[in-house]
Design a protein around this ligand. Structure first.
Ligand code: NAD
Ligand code: LMR
Length: 327
């Protein structure tokens, strides 16, 4: 049997947790031959509910699921973790922006970063989902002593999937025909879904759709505001689609990216595309070996795209300033 991959999930009894754990345990994240261990972390008051989730995991008798631990202790929770999925945090309510959560959630990520540095496996990779995920990731990264910056990610895959789906509907094609979809910047209402470099059946999406007014005035705001639209409709923030975004992000970071394509994830900027070094910003990423990633070079950035990227980066810098006491 292959050595199991150990996955730690915070906020495991929450909405996203409930949609995510079963997919990890079923093999959707690491494939049908890869056993997994789950280390599930919650705050004390949520541990009884988490026990109920574990009862349900037991009741699935998943062939790939080896060991399940539940705990409120961070060092126990991150022990020997190969992947840490930082989901636990408060979601926004109707009328809030994601960065309104900075003051509430930011401090959670200092102690979590420290515990990851102390207790996780040497090859640990960390994906932050709890909002505002880019800046929470920055905080965790700063506190995770000994863990290379390249191992920290914040999720913009849900935005990428949303953008692909919107473009596919408009063009009358299946969503799988849309490739090279880059979300630039922050997972927030300033994010820039880059329709100029996205492709539909290999041709620029802007060219295929042929309606720049729709792309600029309808498509971009629809993607930027999709999280709010879901909160309005459901009375709670996206959960199943967010969990799907987590599965897709880990899959794309652990399997070679098809030739010519890229995907969106926020990484610690190496200074590419004029994005300040050290910010956790989304950009076009690919991996050739499923372990190391690189920023795709040579993506065309015209004046419109430049202004949109700069606006989102300015917001990331403002968020960074707002949490300077935690860095
Ligand atoms: P939820 O309220 O249903 O669940 C959050 C869980 O986290 C709760 O069970 C809570 O007890 C737990 N928690 C809180 N503080 C914790 C801590 N310090 N340690 C461990 N667990 C803790 O919320 P949800 O719908 O699952 O959303 C979780 C987060 O994910 C929110 O911040 C939400 O905004 C964010 N989110 C991000 C994306 C994205 O694309 N990046 C998408 C959807 C949601
Ligand atoms: C989303 O994009 O659905 C999440 O980030 C939740 C939110 O607050 O929008």
């Amino acid at each position: 049997m292959k050595t199991p991959i150990t996955v730690s999930v915070t906020g495991a009894a929450g909405q996203i947790g409930y949609a995510l754990l079963f997919r990890i345990a079923s093999g959707a994240m690491f494939g049908p031959e890869q056993p997994v261990n789950l280390r599930l972390i919650e705050i004390e008051p949520a541990l009884p509910a988490l026990e109920g989730v574990v009862m349900e995991l037991d009741d699935c008798a998943f062939p790939l699921l080896q060991d399940v631990v539940t705990t409120a202790d961070l060092d126990e929770g991150f022990k020997e973790a190969n992947w840490v999925l930082l989901v636990g945090s408060v979601p926004r309510k109707d009328g809030m922006e994601r960065n309104d959560l900075l003051g509430i959630n930011g401090k959670i990520f200092t102690g979590q970063g420290e515990a990851i540095g102390r207790s996780a496996a040497e090859d640990v990779r960390v994906l932050v989902v709890g909002n505002p995920c880019n800046t929470n990731c920055l905080i965790a990264m700063h506190h995770a002593s000994g863990v290379p910056k390249e191992r920290f990610f914040a999720m913009t895959m849900l935005d990428e999937n949303r953008a692909k789906s919107q473009l596919a509907v408009k063009a009358g094609v299946h969503s799988s025909a849309v490739t090279n979809m880059c979300i630039w910047g922050n997972h927030s209402s300033t994010q820039y879904p880059d329709f100029y470099s996205a492709k539909i059946n290999g041709v620029s999406a802007a060219e295929v759709i042929g309606d720049e007014a729709w792309l600029k005035e309808t498509f971009i705001p629809a993607v930027q505001q999709r999280g709010s639209a879901i909160i309005k409709a459901r009375g709670a923030s996206s959960a199943a689609s967010a969990a799907n975004g987590v599965v897709d992000t880990v899959k794309r970071l652990t399997t070679p990216t098809p030739a010519g394509d890229w995907f969106s994830v926020a990484v610690c900027s190496p200074g590419a595309y004029g994005i300040d070094e050290g910010l956790i910003a989304s950009m076009p990423i690919r991996t050739d070996d499923g372990e190391t990633w690189s920023v795709v070079e040579g993506v065309q950035v015209n004046a419109f795209s430049r202004a949109k990227i700069d606006a989102s980066v300015a917001e990331l810098n403002a968020e960074k300033d707002a949490v300077s006491a935690l860095l």
